[in-house]
Design a protein around this ligand. Structure first.
Ligand code: AKB
Length: 315
């Protein structure tokens, strides 16, 4: 049986993608891996393995022994954490991607998925409806690593035929796991504070707009891209992908409708400069044209869904 390996499965995206892949391929054929053994305990429905992606030998052995044919490589240091330890972030983000691309080439793997991000854009990029192709001068180590990673993905596709596919995710918002060091993660934390009846302090200004997406849309987009016939995947760096765009004030107001006593204050920190360097909104025409991308959730629908489901997750 050909298996799917998920690297960094216990993170925000991996937690939900692993479940979706398991329902499509069956628990026997999905291997969730993470560096943290405790974090793997929640995956009682598929195969698991403790894996440090920097351990090339162990990763290669796992791929060979388990007959892995597809890899979702999700492990990365995100934007805010990356700024605290730039060389570590660069080392992990780049070394792991290059190793996986090389492994895919050597072992003739079927498909690789690697997430890119709106962080590839920078202060000189057009901010509104940011096009697929435009100036990209990222000024975070995370953004620089995603931009370089995109070039490597296209290189491995063009030179060696590695079928690697990628999306430039906006801020992803889910309630099934806690945020992991991103600039957009305030939009996850705010729901937790509202449910707990606590005051929320936003580390971004009230009018700081960023592109965002509810997790079910992100999962659907990822699987649609991975299931698309090869010839429809015409962009091999990474596709712009868009759903909603809002500010801290707007998400707060959407929550306040359901929690009238909820309070917010604004104390921008170093993450404001990161947000200021990213687009307000994204043009994802190519994803819509090439393989039929369509989002479902707007801010109102996402807030209703999170507020009705999050409490059950917290008990
Ligand atoms: C982050 O904020 O670092 C991530 C991203 C936009 O890639 N969520």
């Amino acid at each position: 049986m050909e298996r799917i390996l998920i690297i960094g499965a216990a993170g925000q995206l991996g937690s939900e993608l692993t479940l979706a892949l398991t329902s499509q391929y069956g628990g026997e054929n999905v291997i969730a891996t993470d560096i943290n053994p405790k974090a793997l305990e929640k995956f009682d429905y598929c195969k698991t393995a403790v894996l440090d992606i920097m351990d090339h030998d162990a990763t290669r052995q796992l791929v060979k022994n388990e007959n892995v044919k597809q890899i979702y490589h999700l492990a990365a240091v995100l934007s805010a954490t990356g700024e605290k330890n730039p060389l570590f972030a660069w080392g992990l983000n780049m070394d792991s991607l290059l190793f996986i691309l090389e492994l895919a080439k050597q072992e003739k793997l079927d498909k690789i998925y690697w997430p890119s991000s709106i962080a590839v854009f920078g202060p000189n990029t057009p901010k509104v409806n940011t096009p697929q192709y435009c100036v990209k001068e990222p000024n975070t180590v995370y953004g620089i690593s995603k931009q370089a990673g995109e070039r490597w993905c296209e290189y491995y596709f063009q030179k060696f035929g590695v079928d690697v596919r990628s999306l430039r995710y906006p801020g992803l918002i889910g309630y099934k796991s806690l945020p992991g060091g991103g600039t957009t993660d305030y939009a996850v934390d705010i729901y937790h504070k509202a449910i707990a009846g606590e005051h929320f302090i936003s580390f971004l200004r009230e009018d700081s707009f960023l592109p965002m997406m509810y997790m079910p849309d992100a999962i659907k987009g990822t699987l649609d891209l991975m299931h698309a016939p090869k010839e429809q995947v015409k962009i091999r760096s990474s596709y712009n992908l868009s759903a909603i765009s809002f500010s801290p004030k707007e998400i707060y107001e959407s929550i306040k409708i359901h929690h009238p006593d909820f309070r917010i204050s604004y104390e921008p920190d170093f993450r404001q400069a990161i947000a200021d360097s990213w687009p307000d909104s994204i043009d994802d025409t190519r994803a819509r044209e090439d393989w039929g991308w369509k989002h479902e959730y707007d801010l109102k629908k996402m807030t209703e869904d999170i507020l009705s489901n999050l409490p059950a997750y917290l008990v």
